[in-house]
Ligand binder design. Structure first.
Ligand SMILES: Nc1ncnc2c1ncn2[C@@H]1O[C@H](COP(=O)(O)OP(=O)(O)OP(=O)(O)O)[C@@H](O)[C@H]1O
Ligand SMILES: [Mg+2]
Length: 551
């Protein structure tokens, strides 16, 4: 293998034309460094070919011509002049290229079909590819396999380099928009009204889509009401949501929770408030890096998932819930592809929060002997590498409660900015949690003897406190619709509850000991301290205010 690595890419970047996309820059470096086989993953063939040809059109690579092969046409020049008819047979094309007298970049469309182990040609073609590795390095030739799926036979893994075609950048999307406007410009029935920053806002709404998806979304917006104006932005966002949902791995999660809905966890909230300001341009100028992510580990029911949701609302960023299990649910071999597509989509929605709930469960299949020939470990590796390298403003929040299930690689510095341990709520935190959930059910905490309930719920999780409030409401309602919720109802249900910290005492004690020592605590409160149980935060507005009927 040649010694060039992707790290060299950044060193050389300064010399490349600024108009090149990151994909084009990488491609140039691989071609110059003599990488014999590249594998480009994309659903957009035409755009990929344009992009590859564009990358080679400049400087010292300009003499290297681009050729395109497909099973229907055989080997052609880029303007579709047939080079040799007999190369339509996939087993003939590689030997032909081996003998070919000129340097060049040879793009093979749909070639993954012939690399599939079910294909009768696969053994021959895999051998042929391996045979050209040595000679190609020495003769300025590069094969580029273009495919919508990432499926690489194990035999070729070492000889082949994978590249992703970038999604269209803002400049390209602006072209798409302008093209679309151009196409309807002579249609008197279509009204285009994009004043001020409307074009930029539309482009933002389209980011994360492929070129054809963006074209389709715009066409739909125009056809819907014969207009293209800023009001279409919502329609475009809805279309994007659809496309992302179709992928089955990411889900837009709308949530009303703010930090006010999370009781306690003051250290964690303080940390998050500081980080929330760091996504701006002025933070970059100041010299701050993009915040990357956060891992929340801790006792079940103590607010990990709740915090993830609240961060999104607080920072006003879309929350994308990443279903790691679904990544692995596909056929073996597609999982890597799923993972790449998911993180690319998240980048397209940036700035956003990528929420990986219960990460240890999603990763369960990647370790141990699942008979998946290391695919799981590789997919997990893809995630880790991305977490370290991603430059888009995607803030990852992962949650976990089984610390033992977490692989050490995940906990290494550089992946997450911080790992917080969320413990059972301390006294004052419990008071806040009571107040929040009482308010959530239109009750005022000041009408209750909170200190008593706080004292009686030592060892309860936030979820158990919430459940106690709800059960008390049931109890009161059962006594009659006019019954007021009273302390005695609360007392009764609390006395009946056996918290998880008791029923699973040993396991939870062990976890609290281990995690409490290793990771930063999410609260400044001492768990066992006998503190004043006042509620210091203003009680939140009830989530569903009651309608006032003035009659
Ligand atoms: N600190 C808290 N403040 C307010 N409500 C809380 C708090 N902790 C838990 N709750 C309540 O309990 C519910 C469950 O909490 P959450 O889903 O965040 O727990 P978790 O830590 O993610 O647990 P698990 O490990 O079981 O997933 C929340 O929706 C919320 O109503
Ligand atoms: Mg959870």
């Amino acid at each position: 293998m040649s010694s060039a690595t992707p790290q060299d890419a950044s060193a050389l970047r300064g010399t490349a034309s600024p108009a090149l996309t990151p994909f084009q820059e990488k491609l140039r470096i691989y071609v110059k460094a003599g990488y014999p086989i590249l594998y480009v993953v994309t659903a957009e063939e035409d755009r990929a070919i344009e992009s590859i040809a564009g990358a080679l059109a400049e400087g010292d690579l300009a003499r290297r011509k681009t050729y395109v092969w497909s099973v229907s046409r055989g080997l052609c020049t880029q303007d579709l002049k047939v080079v040799d008819r007999k190369t339509g047979d996939p087993t003939k094309v590689l030997p032909f290229l081996l003998e070919f007298g000129e340097p060049g970049v040879f793009i093979l469309e749909d070639f993954h079909f012939f690399l599939d182990e079910r294909s009768p040609q696969a053994p021959v073609i895999i051998r042929q590819l391996r045979d050209l590795v040595g000679p190609f390095k020495a003769s300025r030739k590069t094969v580029v396999i273009l495919s919508s799926v990432l499926k690489i036979p194990a035999e070729l893994e070492k000889d082949l380099t994978v590249l992703d075609l970038d999604l269209p950048n803002e400049e390209e999307l602006l072209h798409v928009l302008d093209d679309t406007i151009e196409q309807v410009s002579d249609n008197p029935r279509v009204e285009v009204n994009l004043e001020g920053d409307a074009r930029e806002r539309i482009v933002k709404a389209l980011s994360g889509l492929t070129r054809s998806e963006a074209e389709n979304a715009l066409a739909k917006a125009i056809v819907t009401n014969s207009r293209l104006d800023p009001q279409d932005i919502n329609l475009l966002l809805a279309e994007k949501e659809q496309i992302i949902r179709k992928s089955g791995m990411l889900e837009f999660y709308a949530t009303p929770e703010r930090f006010g809905s999370v009781g306690g966890l003051d250290e964690l909230k303080k940390w998050l408030r500081q980080r929330g300001k760091a996504f701006s341009e002025s933070a970059r100028t100041f010299g701050l890096p993009n915040p990357r992510g956060l891992l929340l580990v801790g006792v079940p029911g103590c607010g990990k998932s709740l915090t993830a949701k609240a961060v999104a609302a607080e920072w006003q960023m879309p929350l994308l819930k990443f279903d790691l299990g679904r990544v692995f649910a596909g056929l073996v071999g597609e999982s890597e592809e799923n993972m790449r597509r998911a993180v690319k989509m998240a980048e397209g929605v940036a700035p956003c929060i990528l929420w990986i709930d219960e990460i240890e469960k999603g990763l369960a299949g990647t370790r141990g002997n699942q008979g998946d020939s290391g695919v799981g470990a590789r997919v997990f590796g893809t995630l880790l590498t991305w977490m370290e390298e991603n430059t888009a403003q995607v803030f990852t929040i992962a949650t976990a409660n089984d610390i033992e299930g977490l692989p050490p690689e995940l906990l290494r510095k550089g992946r997450f900015d911080e790992i917080f341990f969320i413990d059972l709520p301390a006294a004052r935190e419990r008071a806040n949690i009571f107040a929040i959930h009482l308010a959530g059910h239109h009750r005022d905490y000041r009408e209750f003897d909170l200190s008593r309930h706080v004292a009686a719920t030592e060892g309860f999780s936030g979820a158990e406190i919430e459940q106690a409030v709800v059960s008390a409401l049931y109890m009161a309602f059962a006594e009659g619709e006019d019954t007021r919720l009273q302390d005695r109802h609360m007392e009764a249900v609390i006395a009946e509850t056996v918290p998880l910290s008791k029923s699973m005492g040993e396991k939870i004690t062990l976890m609290r000991q281990e995690a409490g020592e290793k990771w930063r605590r999410a609260t400044g409160e001492a768990i066992q301290a006998d503190v004043e149980t006042t509620v210091d935060e203003p009680p939140p507005v009830p989530r569903k205010p009651r309608r006032v009927f003035e009659v």
